[in-house]
Design a protein around this ligand. Structure first.
Ligand SMILES: C[S@@+](CC[C@H](N)C(=O)[O-])C[C@H]1O[C@@H](n2cnc3c(N)ncnc32)[C@H](O)[C@@H]1O
Length: 259
């Protein structure tokens, strides 16, 4: 049942405040006609503070472009993409409560966003490729992160791909050979070797944190899934283009040939 009845007329500030509190807590701190949705966010004015650090790396003008925002949450990035003139923005999330928030936010901001409850694992059901795909802050919430990247590349990414992940461990990126002999264990000790840490129970009180990459691992996974990294405008943010799907020149079980 829809817990939210957004009036067709312009809402008063009190009505907005009421609606916002009714469907909280929010992860995105949005400014909805003067009402802050998550003013106490532990990361500050999030994700605006993050966006301000990489907004310059995304095309200013998205006219005629289609955008898919995977894990759209309260809709911050979807709304910003509409503000840049995107012809169409589709926001998907696996969580109904966040979709409800995004719906209210889009309504109050007066932007048209298509919102769908869909997991990243099911992006094939969209049967469409998008000019710009955003995959921000979702990878480490997934039990199967590389599968998600593969599915995105296969089914929905057409050109630009913007990725962000929480990263932990070294910021170094080791320069590696294609192969090492069996007895070489030293490479695994290099701080800049790609490393994905498994969270068996919780991290930061959150049981939905599953795998946390270091920087080298984010970069290697992106390449392996068929993306070329064009820019790294913010520590955790990568602006990529679709490249050939080669899985680093390897075959992997379940591999589907390019259509
Ligand atoms: C940390 S929030 C990031 C939100 C937003 N993309 C951002 O960068 O601010 C993670 C979001 O991913 C969503 N999510 C988690 N698992 C998902 C899945 N399998 N498919 C789609 N969305 C998922 C969560 O519901 C949540 O909205």
């Amino acid at each position: 049942m829809n817990r939210l009845a957004v009036p067709r007329r312009k809402m008063t500030r009190d009505e907005i405040e009421n609606q916002v509190r009714q469907i909280g807590p929010w992860f995105h701190n949005l400014d909805l006609a003067g009402v802050q949705t998550a003013p106490e966010h532990f990361l500050g004015d999030y994700p605006r503070v993050k966006w301000q650090r990489f907004a310059h790396a995304i095309p200013d003008n998205l006219a005629d472009k289609t955008v898919l925002d995977i894990g759209c949450n309260g809709g911050f990035y979807s709304i910003e993409m509409k503000r840049r003139g995107a012809a169409r923005v589709v926001g998907i999330d696996s969580d109904n409560d966040y979709l409800l928030q995004a719906r209210l936010a889009a309504e109050i901001c007066g932007v048209d966003i298509e919102l769908r409850k869909l997991s990243v694992y099911d992006v094939g059901a969209l049967a469409e490729k998008f000019d710009l795909v955003l995959f921000m802050g979702v990878l480490y919430h997934l039990r199967h992160p590389l599968l998600a990247l593969d599915l995105i590349r296969r089914h929905v990414a057409k050109d630009l791909f913007v990725f962000q992940s929480m990263q932990r461990g070294s910021n170094e990126v080791a320069s590696l050979e294609d192969d090492y002999e069996f007895w070489n264990e030293d490479i695994f000790e290099k701080p800049g070797f790609p490393r994905l840490c498994f969270i068996e129970k919780k991290y930061s009180g959150d049981p939905t944190n599953w795998w946390v990459p270091n920087r080298a691992c984010s970069e290697a996974m992106l390449r392996s899934a068929g993306f070329t990294i064009e820019a790294n405008p913010e520590d955790e943010v990568y602006v990529c283009r679709c490249a050939a799907i080669t899985a680093g020149g390897r075959h992997w079980p379940g591999e589907i040939k390019e259509p």
